[in-house]
Design a protein around this ligand. Structure first.
Ligand code: G
Ligand code: G
Ligand code: MN
Ligand code: NA
Length: 252
């Protein structure tokens, strides 16, 4: 059987699971939020997200998969809001395709209400480029008007990232892991990341640095002098919601 058929069935049966990777405020060391990452086990065997998200995008299934992810995240966020003190931000990856769906703005509105006070960020990647036609921009502005923020994911590896910052309502940059890879060993790498962080700051954006795997990389971020957020295997691996709740209880 084709993988896309199995994936379609898994989405219909709500078998897509969510792993949450905490996002840490570098200065305080505290968890500020988490990124929701879709996970699929096909006959018990985990399928690489790169693979099944790619298949979902090519087949159009990403619309139903994305709805299933947002709905599941909203339910988890409501539980989190009841059990954990203080503000918390859930970030969810979306595909540009979803922004063209007539029902998407309404889906986001419903999900936000269900989240019960937890903040929502939608990550869009510039990897394949986003066509910024009026349909997409109108949807983004309608969603932004609800208080949902947008993040540019994989920032720095695409081809039109800087013009996006001018043209779309974005409040957060997620610096791609390839930018942080050598910041603890290579002066050019750390200068480049510093420049991205300064640019974000001068545009009034929050900056999340991805791919932090070593203490020495975190030290570079701490020495940066401005508020940054970090995400990476050194800090926390993606985890099930129950583990996230346990981790947050220890963190607050
Ligand atoms: O979980 P992992 O880091 O392997 O994710 C691989 C890729 O899949 C990343 O680019 C991530 O943004 C993407 N991804 C994970 N979950 C989702 C999702 O729910 N929707 C979309 N559109 N992309 C996702
Ligand atoms: O494209 P996006 O940024 O959404 O991808 C998120 C993916 O990055 C997730 O699949 C997650 O598992 C992965 N990831 C998170 N932290 C690290 C890290 O420190 N190193 C590497 N190599 N991957 C990471
Ligand atoms: Mn992401
Ligand atoms: Na990224």
């Amino acid at each position: 059987l084709e993988m896309v058929d199995d994936l379609r069935r898994a989405v219909a049966r709500a078998e897509i699971e969510i792993a949450y990777q905490p996002i840490v405020d570098v200065d305080s060391g505290r968890i500020a939020g988490a990124e929701a990452l879709a996970r699929w086990r096909r006959d018990g065997v985990p399928v690489s997200p790169e693979l099944f998200i790619g298949i979902a995008e090519e087949s159009g299934l990403i619309v139903d998969l994305g709805e299933s992810v947002l709905t599941a995240v909203a339910a988890d966020a409501a539980v989190l809001h009841d059990q954990i003190d203080g503000p918390f931000v859930m970030t969810v990856n979306i595909s540009a395709r979803q922004l063209r769906e007539p029902g998407f703005v309404e889906l986001v509105a419903r999900s936000l209400t269900a989240m019960n006070g937890t903040a929502l960020v939608l990550e869009i990647t510039e990897r394949q480029g986003i066509d910024l036609d009026p349909l997409v921009l109108d949807a983004m502005h309608a969603i932004a008007a609800m208080g949902v923020r947008f993040a540019i994911d994989d920032f720095g590896v695409g081809f039109s990232s800087i013009s996006y910052l001018r043209d779309i309502p974005v409040q957060i940059i997620k610096a791609d892991g390839s930018l942080s890879h050598a910041i603890d060993s290579d002066e050019r790498a750390s200068a480049l990341l510093r420049s991205v962080a300064h640019m974000g700051r001068s545009l009034g954006l929050e900056v999340v640095v991805e791919g932090i795997e070593r203490e020495a990389q975190l030290t570079v971020l701490r020495d940066h002098g401005h508020q940054l957020y970090a995400q990476g295997f050194l800090l926390h691996r993606p985890m099930p919601i129950d583990d996230l709740l346990t981790t947050l209880r220890g963190d607050r």
